[in-house]
Design a protein around this ligand. Structure first.
Ligand code: SF4
Length: 327
C-alpha cells in the first residue's frame, strides 16, 4: 500500500495544480481564515459555504475582530449554515488566538475548541506547512478505491490511512492535503459515479482496474435516526411574533418558534403546514401552526418580522415556517 500511495503522490499533485477550483478561501489565506473555512466546511456543502464565507470574513476579518463580537452577532452571521456549535467553537477559538496567538504546532491547533483530528490536519497542512494528514470520508473513499481495500470504513481504517499518508507526505503539504480532498469532491465521487476517465490515478487505481469502484468504501451498517414529533407554533400578536431561546442540547442558544410534543391552545389557528428537518442522528417531523395569539404570552420574547430577520438567529430547521412572518 505504501509503495502504491507513494507513486500516486506526483500525479495527484500535478492534477491539482492544473485543475484546482477557484474557491474564495484559497485566496489571501491566513491561519485564521483557513480555520474559518475548515469549520464552515464541516458537514456543509461547498456551495453554501461559498456564499457565506466572504460575508463572514468581511464582518470578522481577523481573530481579534471575531473575539470582540458578541455571541449573538456571531450566531446571526452563521445563520443558515447549520450546526451552530461550530460558530460557538470558532468564537471561543478566536478569543484564545487573540489572547495567545495562533498555535504553531499540531497539539496547539488540535486543542482549539471545535477542532478534531481532520480539521487539525487540514489547518496544519494548509496553513502551517506541517505534514499532518487530514482524513475525512472523502479521503477514505479515494484511498479505499486506490487500494481496492474491502475493509469496513471505520475509525480504525481512518487512523491507518492517516499513518500511511504521514509516511508519504511531500514538502507541498497544503497542496497535497487539498489535492486529496479535491479528488474526492470533484472526480472520485461517491456511489457509482466516479469519473475515472478524468482521474490522475487512472491505470494506477486498483478499483478502477477491477471495474468495481462503486463497491468501495465498505460502509458500516447504518443506525436508524430517531424520529421526534413536534407541534410548532408561529404565534402572532399584532405585528409581533413569539420566539424563545433554546436551552441545552441540539441548537442550544438559538431562537425558535415555541414547540411541544403535544398540541397546545394559544388562540385561533390561521394556517397549518407539515415539515421535516433531518439532523445527523434525529429527524424532526413538525406540524406547524400559524396562530392569532389570544394574548401576548409573557413567557416568550416578541419581535416583529424585521427585527427577527436582523437580530435573531433562527435555525434552518424552522425555515419552512419563516414565510409566515415575512408576508
Ligand atoms: S480511478 Fe476512479 S475510482 Fe480510482 S481514484 Fe480515480 S476516480 Fe476514484
Amino acid at each position: 500500500m505504501r509503495d502504491l500511495l507513494l507513486s500516486a503522490v506526483p500525479p495527484v499533485l500535478g492534477w491539482f495544480r492544473a485543475h484546482r477550483r477557484d474557491l474564495p478561501w484559497r485566496h489571501g489565506r491566513t491561519p485564521y481564515t483557513v480555520l474559518v473555512a475548515e469549520l464552515m466546511l464541516q458537514q456543509t456543502r461547498v456551495e453554501a459555504v461559498r456564499e457565506r464565507y466572504a460575508e463572514f470574513l468581511l464582518r470578522f476579518p481577523t481573530a481579534e475582530a471575531l473575539a470582540r463580537a458578541s455571541e449573538e452577532e456571531v450566531l446571526k452571521a452563521w445563520e443558515g449554515l447549520g450546526y451552530y456549535s461550530r460558530a460557538r467553537n470558532l468564537h471561543a477559538a478566536a478569543k484564545r488566538i487573540a489572547a495567545e496567538g495562533f498555535p504553531s504546532d499540531y497539539a496547539g491547533v488540535r486543542a482549539l475548541p471545535g477542532v478534531g483530528d481532520y480539521t487539525a490536519g487540514a489547518v496544519c497542512s494548509i496553513a502551517l506547512g506541517l505534514p499532518v494528514p487530514a482524513v475525512d470520508g472523502n479521503v477514505v473513499r479515494v484511498l479505499s478505491r486506490l487500494f481496492a481495500d474491502g475493509r469496513v470504513q471505520d475509525a480504525e481504517l481512518k487512523r491507518e490511512y492517516a499513518a500511511l499518508l504521514e509516511e508519504v507526505y511531500p514538502p507541498e503539504t497544503g497542496d497535497f492535503a487539498e489535492a486529496l480532498m479535491e479528488l474526492g469532491a470533484t472526480v472520485c465521487l461517491p456511489g457509482g459515479a466516479p469519473l475515472c476517465g478524468q482521474c490522475p490515478w487512472k491505470g494506477l487505481c486498483r478499483a478502477e482496474r477491477e471495474g468495481n469502484a462503486s463497491s468501495y468504501p465498505v460502509r458500516p451498517e447504518k443506525r436508524e435516526r430517531k424520529k421526534v414529533l413536534l407541534n410548532v407554533y408561529v404565534l402572532r400578536f399584532g405585528e409581533e411574533y413569539a420566539l424563545r431561546r433554546r436551552g441545552e442540547g441540539l441548537l442550544a442558544g438559538l431562537w425558535e418558534f415555541p414547540n411541544y410534543p403535544a398540541p397546545r391552545d394559544f388562540g385561533e389557528t390561521l394556517n397549518t403546514l407539515e415539515a421535516k428537518h433531518v439532523f445527523t442522528h434525529v429527524e424532526w417531523h413538525m406540524t406547524g401552526r400559524l396562530v392569532a395569539a389570544r394574548e401576548r404570552f409573557p413567557e416568550f420574547v416578541w419581535a416583529d418580522s424585521a427585527s427577527i430577520a436582523a437580530r435573531y438567529a433562527v435555525p434552518s430547521a424552522f425555515k419552512a415556517f419563516l414565510p409566515w412572518i415575512r408576508v
